[in-house]
Design a protein. Structure first.
Length: 95
């Protein structure tokens, strides 16, 4: 989203009023990304407890300064790996 602000003759309050909806939308996206990352972390820890209840949970820090797509993909990959291991262990146990 690109917004061109006209500095000449436009009071600062008007410029801020133009930016406020954009900042609000960015804040909503940030909150949603944080929620998704926390949910994935919770799923990872849940699977870890199922696989090995006595082992300490892996520390998975989520910092508000690192809500990048790369971080999201890293956690999703980690979740997929754990899920595959869980399925493999269940299969091995049943056979």
């Amino acid at each position: 989203m690109v917004l061109q602000l006209e500095n000449r003759g436009c009071p600062l309050k008007e410029q801020l009023a133009q930016l406020k909806p954009i900042l609000d939308e960015m804040s909503k996206k940030k909150d949603e990304r944080l929620r998704v990352l926390q949910e994935i972390r919770s799923q990872i820890q849940s699977i870890q407890r199922e696989i090995c209840p006595s082992a300490p949970l892996m520390e998975i820090p989520i910092h508000e300064k690192d809500l990048t797509q790369r971080k999201l993909e890293e956690l999703q990959t980690q979740l997929q790996i754990l899920h595959k291991e869980k399925v493999w262990r269940i299969f091995r146990y049943e056979h």
